[in-house]
Design a protein around this ligand. Structure first.
Ligand SMILES: Nc1ncnc2c1ncn2[C@@H]1O[C@H](COP(=O)(O)OP(=O)(O)OP(=O)(O)O)[C@@H](O)[C@H]1O
Length: 396
């Protein structure tokens, strides 16, 4: 994945928006293979960047379902392959407001039979899809879902219940790293269960209209899928190896200029904007420190924002990470697009240290309680092990 544990970086350029057209902007982004070039129309200066993948929208509305599917086929299946091996995987969408992050991560409601779902629903479906290679003898034992948003430096549980979101706190475990205390965890047995929860969580997000985007995310949204897989080929429970992985799907709020967003006279929007930009700057500082090889956590300012603290493992720890940088093509957005491409370019130099998460089957909490718990069979205890395979929970 991107050469060892280097962060894999994909860039996606959306079609020209009505707003850019009204401003008289012309296209300033071009792409060929894995290269993306941005041109300053005022000076003619060009900057070229190489990424792992570049996606240019055709601008034809009916092509969107295929474009969404292509991104899943490349990035989504990579996520599933890594998660199936027992790695933690993070996908984060970064870019200026209105550049297409939510479209990439969440998607649009499918209309007229066109499937415009983004990575979050497609990856969720892929987890339960038996066509995805599961590995010899491995079966899915448990899938759990959590959803949160970071709004004005407060972490909120998006699946807290009928009362809407509730405030929760980030804590740090010395061994496994940061986690959110009190965040509700929901067992999901089939893809439809995920859809139901996603719907609730997405509804609870903080979204508002700005001049840059009619449905602008005012918070960073993180969807977490915890997967446990069990090896059923072993007849010895003690020998059965299980893997667990955490898939972190992050739809970051977009960087924005208050004047451009048309929010200068709205104190709530200004406060949101300040907090969004502050946390994205903190993310940029962590990326800078890590790209310069300062992996020692004392020298990486993870604690400067709730976002970077929570993403500590995804940036420099036990995770394989993918960044999707979303950019706008119009010449009016040149400065923001160049800044996003530079950010993404720096991200390519960041290395994480992912390890396969394995644990003994006996320690796994199960979906369906085993009515007659099997005794742990020690290595070499062939007589006991020949009495049959351990009865393990299988949810699909
Ligand atoms: N590749 C694309 N093809 C067609 N339309 C797109 C594409 N990318 C984005 N759009 C449209 O542009 C608008 C803004 O996209 P989106 O809401 O995903 O932006 P965002 O980066 O998540 O913004 P924010 O940070 O403000 O939440 C939406 O109407 C979306 O459907």
């Amino acid at each position: 994945m991107g050469g060892g544990n280097n962060v894999l970086v994909a860039v996606r350029c959306r079609p020209m928006s009505e707003r850019e057209k009204e401003k008289g902007a012309s296209p300033c982004v071009e792409s060929e293979d894995d290269k993306m070039t941005v041109t300053d129309k005022a000076s003619g200066e060009q900057r070229q960047f190489s990424f792992d993948y570049c996606y240019m929208s055709s601008g034809i509305a009916s092509d969107l379902p295929d474009e969404q599917a292509k991104i899943y086929q490349v990035l989504g299946t990579e996520v599933l392959n890594q998660a199936y091996q027992g790695y933690n995987v993070t996908v984060m969408a970064y870019g200026q407001t209105g550049s297409g992050k939510s479209l990439t991560m969440v998607g649009r409601p499918s209309a007229a039979g066109q499937d415009c779902r983004g990575l979050i629903p497609r990856i969720s479906e892929g987890i339960f899809n038996p066509e995805v290679p599961a590995g010899e003898g491995m079966v899915l034992a448990k899938v759990e879902l959590q959803m949160l948003e970071i709004y004005n430096e407060q972490v909120r549980d998006l699946l807290a219940g009928p009362g809407g979101s509730s405030v929760v706190k980030v804590r740090e475990d010395p061994a496994s790293g940061p986690y959110v205390e009190g965040l509700t965890k929901h067992t999901v047995l089939v893809y439809e269960d995920v859809c139901e929860k996603l719907e609730v969580g997405l509804q609870a997000r903080t979204i508002a209209g700005t001049k840059m985007n009619a449905g602008s995310s005012r918070a960073h949204t993180i969807c977490q899928l915890h997967i446990t897989r069990t090896n059923l080929t072993s007849t010895s429970r003690a020998r059965a190896i299980d893997t667990s992985s955490l898939i972190n799907l992050v739809d970051l709020a977009g960087s924005e200029r208050v004047a451009e967003a048309g929010t200068a006279d709205n104190v709530v929007r200004i406060k949101e904007s300040v907090n969004i930009n502050k946390s994205l700057t903190a993310l940029g500082q962590c990326i800078r420190a890590l790209s310069e090889g300062r992996a020692d956590s004392k020298h990486v300012p993870y604690r400067d924002s709730q976002l970077t603290w929570l993403l500590k493992n995804s940036l420099g720890g036990n995770a394989k990470t993918i960044m999707v940088a979303a950019v706008a093509p119009g010449s009016s957005e040149y400065a923001e697009t160049l800044s996003t491409l530079r950010y993404a370019d720096r991200m390519r130099k960041v290395q994480t240290a992912a390890v396969v998460n394995r644990r003994s089957v006996a320690t796994i909490p199960v979906i369906i309680e085993d009515p007659a718990p099997q005794p742990v069979i020690e290595e070499g205890d062939e007589e006991a092990s020949s009495q049959g395979s351990p009865r393990l929970p299988i949810c699909c």
